[in-house]
Design a protein around this ligand. Sequence first.
Ligand code: ATP
Length: 589
Amino acid sequence: MMNESSLDVLTSLCKRRGFIYHSSEIYGGIPGFWDYGPLGCEMKRNIKEDWWKTTVRNREDVEGLDATIIMHPAVWKASGHLDTFSDPMTMCKSCKKLMRADQIWDIFDENEIGVTLHKLLDQSGGDPSKIVAWCKGKARGQTPNLPAVLNASVLTAAYEQLCNNNLTDMDAHTLYSLFANAGSDITITPCPHCGGELTKPRPFNLMFKTVVGPVDDEKNTAYLRPETAQAIFVQFQNVLATSRQRVPFGIAQIGKSFRNEVTPRNYTFRSREFEQMELEYFIRPDEAVEIICGKVTKLTDNPDISAPNESWGWEVWHKYWVEQRKQWVAQCGLPTESFVESVHADEELAHYARACVDLEYRFPFGLQELEGIAARSDFDLSQHQKHSGKTMEVFDETLKLAARKMDDKSRADFADKVAEKWRTLGKEDSQARDFVARLFEGRYVPHVIEPSAGVDRMMLALLCNAYEEQKLVDEKGKEDSRVVLHLEPRIAPVKVAVFPLVKNKPELYGKAREIFEHLRRRYASFWDHSGAIGRRYRRQDEIGTPWCVTIDFQTLNDGTMTVRNRDSMEQLRMTLSELKIMMDKALLV
Ligand code: ATP
């Protein structure tokens, strides 16, 4: 398991070997923006390819979309992003640093002050003297604006409280707050950088603004999309009309998104420009399912969720997609035990959302969201219907035929039941009856399940998981070590490296080039003829190349070559066709 310092080692490997660089590095970089180098862009492409194949090509019920980054600004009004897509931002009145109000304690835990206070508490043995000594000494440099550092009476009041408390029960956050507030009636949250007072949090919209056309005024303001999903809703009717899909079906998109994050941090984890892989999977409202199937399958029915079924309600569809997404994450090489499912509590959900599950990965900096799977009701399509005046309803022939078979009494009972349920959700009776009348005609606005993943976060998780510094002992008992990225072969940037055993034998060299040229047409391949074979292996291990092929004198006689496996380091002799069969098997999704 990687810790925070090994993240630094990974960061430097990524720079050294050409996975990830700071954007605009020669000008000092720009926070929250990262460039992917030769190996990084191959790896990123592999992740997207795998997602696309699994989510779109290998399914008959999902179509693809590639929409623009800048859309009509009305899209963002309808989606709610203009009014509510914000983070609470606060500023330190002393050092003027800006930060997210909900990340103050995370920043504290990660920086020098937090680390020092955590350590001092651990080592105190219940005695506050060392902690107070820190406040009088080193804290002047580390956290100069902390009230207990500036003001002797605050420190005295804090000391008294520390003596009256059991220090072994105290955590570093409480201690830091105590140094800011002891003896005072007003409570301030101290700045995690300098101890100064923070301003009241205020919402900060995360969308990047831009101007369309030559005139820079309000009318021409547009936004870089903060998510790829909205384009899918906006193009819903076009895709429906031009594909042969019927609900339930999905539309998927991979593309860049932009968020002006207040504090981009943790390497590429929270960037300002990043890529998302999003699927909007449209389903029938439960009421339509009930008319068609006579019942709605719920999770309490313990359904088999390996393949979709017409009788599923939204709850089962949501669970199905959570499972599909977990399978994909595992298929990319993250062991199931390395991520957890975090179910949003009701009070954490947006008003329209019915459920949301995050898949969280144990990054070196803590358990953090890798992707989210939300059940969003018909909110998004309905919003666009309302704001654009264009219908987002579908016509469902199966539903209309099923409704036709109901007699008048069952129709009336059904309408009463729906109205009753909607009343408990605070909706008008007339709305419910209108909705049911439309259902009987086979019409409704589809509901949606949204699995939404980040390419950059997935790549960071895969790199963290793959990284290993291995101690080895060779056949002669000599100790050695290697750095290896245990990447899934499909995800690895280079699939196979080809080495001629020696470079000064033209026949052997020529054969090796011939094999390399053959392989590179099919797989991302790497040619290396310099240095000892052992050194060449190590260079490939460090970038996660699953197979290394050495062409030697025997190859000239019988066509076999040595194929070395990255993880087991086992070496086998095989022919070119045997190698291709083995590789194809491992690389197929
Ligand atoms: P967070 O709570 O971490 O800000 P979020 O809940 O706002 O994430 P969503 O809006 O659900 O994220 O976006 C879906 C996915 O897009 C996330 O799970 C993540 O993988 C990715 N993502 C979101 N914001 C960023 C970012 N700033 N940098 C990199 N990836 C991101």
